[in-house]
Design a protein around this ligand. Sequence first.
Ligand code: FAD
Length: 468
Amino acid sequence: MPCAIAWFRRDLRLADNPALATALASGQPVLPVYVLDDETEGVRPAGAASRWWLHHSLEALDADLRRFGSRLILRRGPAEETILALAAACNAASVDWNRAYDEGSRNRDAGLKRTLAERGIAARSHNGSLLFEPWEVATKAGQPFKVFTAFWRACRALDAPSRPLPRPDRVAGPGVWPDSDRLDEWMLLPRKPDWAGGLRADWTPGEAAALARLGDFVDDDLRHYPAARDRPALDGTSRLSPHLAFGELSPRQAWHAVTTRSGSAAAEKFLAELGWREFSYNLMFHFGPLDRRNFRPEFDDFPWQATDEAIEAWRRGRTGYPIVDAGMRQLWTTGWMHNRVRMIVASFLTKDLLADWRIGERWFWDTLVDADPANNAASWQWVAGSGADAQPYYRIFNPVLQGERFDPDGDYVRRWLPELAHLPAKTIHQPWTADSPPDPGLYPSRLVDHAAARGRALQAFKELKRAA
Ligand code: FAD
């Protein structure tokens, strides 16, 4: 009997999964498949922290499918060839997947769709990752938006996203299962050394954990979100980002959980953050590749000038600015960093050190468990000033003032920099002013003087503006 392939990608869930639902609706036995594609040109391989997450998320999805007597077939290779070979071997009548929006994946998927159609196999793609697809939101002149507020206003004027699809109550598989790779053989987990202890301590990948986190957030934290979301020492945000990045949760599920159970100003604030995610995807789709190319081409001539030593100090959390270093160590240890601190460390790298934003983007891509092709690149460009609707060039975060404002008691810094734990709130964000400053062997002195670095950056940005 012919089967229906449900190709899982960044949608590692059973509920609200349009590709899976369509495959199931065909009435044919469904073959759930995941392809580890590190080979297709233009499709960016996952970074190390994402690979850790991916391993556990695939494990969870397979376990969920096995409760239905089904299973997840794992294959490794260029996705187009791999899916075609599997479709031929299993006599597939159809292949369903949820869309990706980066250029490399789109080209690959378009090629696959053509070949499947030539072979008489139905190829169907669906929206499983966005509230509004990039071509559904346009200016009155039919152009893509480049400014967030106008984009989000236009989104909110559209019909609300439809209700999430229910979790299927059965997933019938074929009588004979094709071969599958063993997940362990993919070596997605770090071994020597095993640096994932902090990730294991903080995170539980998988759909069940994603839904539990969403429920807890809506019940307990949402009402405090507007006030607490900018305070890195508090658990003031949802921490749903890796679940959304891997599609263990759809933004539609988040949208409806928040609007039906709250409907308040707090809900609006949270929805606007989902809106930033939509906006990043809109930019990537219309103006990509965002991770490699400056949105503003005048930035192609920007005189980036950071030294390797300075960049390495930033990566390791040894810049001498506590809020920057705390953020970089939170990232290294847990695979995640608070949004306010992401902005501060990105500003420090691109403005104080004058390092090309792509260096930071790549580091985040490798170390974040929520590394997302659109959000990461769009956010880096936003901070660097090279992006759409970017921060104006003269806004350069002062790491001391930012620390004092958003971590007023110094608790965030104390958590990640125990060597500064003894300092009082008054000096913890500028330890060089303390009565007894820390020993430079324990905590480094400042890599740059912020006031001087700011002046240098402003000069470089002014010259760029003049030249443009
Ligand atoms: P919440 O505040 O609870 O927000 C809910 C969801 O909205 C998030 O999970 C996320 O999906 C989305 N969201 C929130 N803020 C933003 C934003 N500014 N832009 C786009 N989407 C947003 N986010 C990623 O998901 N992946 C990345 O790789 C990523 N890289 C970033 C790099 C830099 C330099 C900066 C400044 C921001 C980056 N962000 C990225 C955006 C943001 O920092 C994270 O989404 C957020 O910190 C995740 O925590 P949360 O789930 O608790 O967020």
